[in-house]
Design a protein around this ligand. Structure first.
Ligand code: SF4
Length: 373
């Protein structure tokens, strides 16, 4: 991308102008709402980190509250799924291949880093293709790739499964814990404790799915929604657009990240997902079981489905959540990280108690690193 274009989205002058505009709009809204603060949620973990890093939170007027949502894929992975992945590390002849962020996420009794220290075969990979290459290099091992992520990562995993099938790689499979964003947004929009006034929608996911799948937010729930980028000017512009929609009383889905997001998304990526996966109910940490919010491999690809191939559900013990951890409330947006009694004391990035402090995109880790609270 043209760096001069990118620099415009970091321009301090532009940012100052937008902050002024936010203050004007917020003042007008404050009168209309008789002092009731506005609750705007940034859904995606990368936005949470960008807001924290840029300091945007600190320049917002008091009546504009930013809430961090459930957009960290590692964090929303349910403990029951983690326990299944950890159970797989106990199977003889099995290598579990995972993104590094998952290594320290605590399951009910241990995590993958500890399992590796105990001698289990656990490999960190940077892409599902690395896991497939590992399977091809070690035909004596069964390689299970841990498929965690939203629609941003699902197309590459789907393409990898297709490649494995075409190449006839019989010792590769995927544990599918993928999530779909829109059913979770539906659950959040329905949550009376949240009463959202606006949503900053995920930029990366929207590159894949486009803006159309979000139309129910303004049309059914009346919630203003903006697909924003990640630079300071992107973030501020996203807030300006939400406040303008609120003031005008005309909620809609606006794209302010038009340099990469288009209404129709990425048709090729969507077709690849559709070919390999089908929708299924999925359990989210904090949000519970949400209908059609997950992806599972279609029957034609069942041979690459680790859960079916190894019957992992029957191998797991009773699932328990990390003691004292409030990640569920944090992912639902009803508690800011700094209100968790363990935040910054018993729970830090060096000694994390829950996944929101482990993952680089977790709200607790971002709030701790940039001292928000
Ligand atoms: Fe869980 Fe730690 Fe976050 Fe508290 S601070 S919610 S214990 S991850």
């Amino acid at each position: 991308m043209d760096t001069s274009l990118l620099n415009r989205f970091k321009d301090p002058e532009l940012a100052r102008g937008l902050v002024e505009r936010i203050k004007q709009l917020a003042a007008s809204l404050d009168k209309a709402r008789e002092g009731r603060p506005l609750a705007l949620m940034e859904v995606c973990g990368t936005h949470t980190v960008s807001f924290a890093k840029s300091g945007v939170r600190s320049v917002l007027p008091a009546n504009v509250r930013l809430i961090s949502g459930p957009g960290c894929p590692v964090c929303v992975t349910a403990n029951s799924d983690l326990d299944r992945i950890i159970a797989a590390t106990r199977l003889p002849g099995v290598t579990v291949a995972t993104f590094g962020d998952m290594m320290r996420v605590p399951g009910s009794s241990t995590n993958m880093q500890e399992r590796r220290a105990q001698g289990a075969s656990v490999e960190v990979v940077y892409s599902p293709l690395d896991a497939l290459a590992l399977a091809e290099k070690t035909p004596e091992q069964q390689v299970i790739f841990v498929g965690v992520g939203f629609e941003t990562t699902t197309p590459l995993i789907a393409a990898t499964v297709k490649r494995a099938k075409t190449a006839g790689v019989g010792n590769f499979s995927v544990f599918t814990a993928h999530k779909r964003v829109t059913p979770a947004l539906d659950a959040l929009a329905n949550d009376p404790e949240l009463a959202l006034d606006g949503l900053i929608l995920p930029g990366h996911v929207s590159v894949i799915i486009g803006s159309e799948p979000y139309r129910f937010l303004p049309e059914h729930y009346g919630i203003p929604s903006v697909i924003a980028g990640f630079e300071p000017v992107d973030l501020l512009l996203g807030i300006v657009k939400l406040l303008e929609q609120l003031l005008a009383g005309k909620p809609q889905v606006e794209i302010t990240y038009g340099r990469v997001v288009h209404a129709e998304g990425n048709p090729n990526a969507l077709a690849t997902i559709e070919e390999v996966f089908t929708e299924t109910d999925a359990v989210w940490r904090g949000l519970g079981c949400i209908p059609n919010s997950g992806h599972v491999l279609r029957d034609e690809f069942a041979a690459f489905d680790a859960a079916r191939r190894f019957d992992l559900a029957s191998l797991t013990e009773h699932t328990v959540e990390p003691k004292g951890c409030n990640c569920g409330e944090i992912l639902r947006g009803i508690m800011p990280p700094s209100e968790c009694p363990l935040f910054g004391g018993l729970c830090t990035p060096a000694h994390p108690v829950g996944p929101c402090m482990v993952s680089s995109e977790g709200s607790c880790a971002a709030y701790y690193r940039y001292q928000i609270g």
